[in-house]
Write a protein of this length. Sequence first.
Length: 136
Amino acid sequence: MAYPNPNLDLYRKTAVNSASPLQLIIMLYDGALKQLNNGKRAMLQNDVFEQNKCLVKAQKIIAELISCLDMKQGAEIAQNLLALYSFCYNKLVECNIEDNVNGIDQVMVVLSNLKSGWVELDKVTRVSSELRHEAA
């Protein structure tokens, strides 16, 4: 059993409070992937309670990602992300009901690829920001 660690909790709160919007999105992906890994492990161990808990948490994170979409400003990109997030959400519901490990793997691939794109965008944004500061 894990015990609460007040220092770790403070670190996490500070990390979230000081993160940029892009970094928050990346944190959501990290959280979803962690829950998917835990849910998959639980599924393989036939721990239905833990499996359900983890996969539902992953679904909630995906729902949060959906709620972050700006459909007006994001236009086609937001529509494509909505389609991918909806696929992931629905696939997780199906996986949880059918104990489908392969489906979890599919969702992990989609989210990992999307996360990579966000990480790259964050790097480019930081470099651009640093160049603007140096020029000023």
